[in-house]
Design a protein around this ligand. Structure first.
Ligand code: PLP
Length: 370
């Protein structure tokens, strides 16, 4: 009995643990936990969405394999025709689907870390290689390095994230244009675009350009801005030449009925959702100030719903542990090159910020390590 060779050496992906597991481990009930580790929207779905979920008519019937009604709503929301749109079980499914469609063993993808971990993980899962051109110290892109890597390795896919996770920086239109002129297929991950600029990111997004180009894919999700992370719903815009292959290759019932209902109702009330996003953006400003005033933290500017901080004079892993065990505040720490002394904090509600600030203050007295 033998599994595929390359899977034996596949590193473990460490996902965020669910509420119940976290609360059981530290002996607090879920409502005493401040969860700022996975960039979820703490306000959750709109009330009207919750009602629609409670009153679902056809949970016993398989969903539409083509998500027709949903794609119609997405078309209206994004301003591009539904023939370019495919929905998935989170943007994660679409990342994996793209890799399965494009990658033969030993093919390459290109990515610019520090960034979202799923690109390299899915590449390895598909027996492909992930070529990495690290970002500069300020998280800007190394354009020369990217150019060289494209020329040398001919990556099948180039994954690029704007706003980037974990720092929240946005790629400027000029740089984005340069990337789009490279001879490779660009997968632009806009998981957090709704928090950037105004109008739910409408002006900054490049999704409307997908029909005008052959080499641009844009991925989006309802997990972060729309409060639907638990229902798993994402979507992408793809060039027409790719659509028949994607339709053939995806699981037939990938988008479940609950996710579809919740998303369609959410899209009828984008004004309400935008108010929630604006609340989170206000809270982001307040959180940023508080972090700036914390002597052992240096926050980076962000256009997303999280703030990356450099931890100065103390151990970032230990800080994460102290916040969790002593205060019930969960944040993200990455044990990765370029991020070893960094933590990422999601923007929550005012009471979440309050709890975090209180916890950070109480740790101020602990002497710094030399
Ligand atoms: C959270 C996240 C995703 C995944 O979104 P889902 O729709 O929940 O699968 C994709 N890309 C980035 C950069 C993310 O941070």
């Amino acid at each position: 009995m033998e599994i595929r060779r390359h899977l034996e050496s596949l590193p473990l992906y460490t996902p965020i643990e669910p509420f119940e597991v976290l609360s059981a481990r530290i002996g607090r009930s879920p409502d005493q936990i401040v969860k700022l580790d996975a960039n979820e929207n703490p306000y959750g779905p709109l009330t009207i969405v919750r009602e629609a979920l409670a009153n679902m008519e056809f949970p016993h019937i398989y969903p539409d394999p083509e998500s027709r009604a949903l794609r119609k709503s997405l078309s209206k929301f994004t301003g591009i025709s539904e023939e370019y749109i495919l929905a998935g079980q989170g943007a994660d499914e679409l990342i994996d689907l793209l890799m399965r469609v494009f990658l033969d063993p030993n093919d390459c993808i290109l990515s610019c870390p520090p960034t979202f971990g799923m690109y390299s993980f899915d590449a390895e899962l598909n027996a492909a290689r992930c070529i990495e051109v690290p970002r500069n110290a300020d998280f800007s892109l190394d354009i020369e390095g990217i150019r060289n890597a494209v020329e040398t390795y001919h990556p099948k896919l180039f994954f690029i994230t704007s706003p980037n996770n974990p720092d929240g920086s946005v790629i400027s239109p000029e740089i984005m244009n340069e990337l789009l002129s490279l001879p490779t297929l660009i997968v632009l991950d806009e998981a957090y675009i709704e928090f950037a600029g105004d109008d739910l990111g409408a002006k900054l997004s490049r999704i409307r350009e997908v029909p005008l180009r052959e080499n641009l894919i844009v991925l989006r999700t309802f997990s972060k801005w729309a409060g639907l992370a638990g229902l798993r719903i994402g979507y992408g815009a793809f060039p027409l030449w790719l659509m028949p292959t994607l339709w053939k290759s995806k699981q037939p019932y990938n988008v479940n009925v609950a996710a579809s209902v919740a998303t369609q109702v959410s899209l009828e009330y984008t004004d309400e959702l935008e108010k929630v996003v604006e609340l989170l953006k206000l809270e982001r400003t307040r959180l940023f100030k508080a972090l700036q005033e914390t002597p052992y933290l240096k926050p980076y500017p962000t256009q997303s719903n999280f703030i990356l901080c450099q931890v100065i004079g103390r151990d970032a892993a230990e800080l994460k542990m102290q916040l969790a065990q002593e205060h019930g505040v969960f944040i993200r720490y990455f044990n990765k090159p370029g991020l070893r002394d960094h933590i990422r904090i999601s923007v929550g509600r005012p009471q979440d910020t309050d709890a975090l600030i209180k916890a950070l203050k109480s740790l101020e007295n602990i002497p710094l390590v030399e």
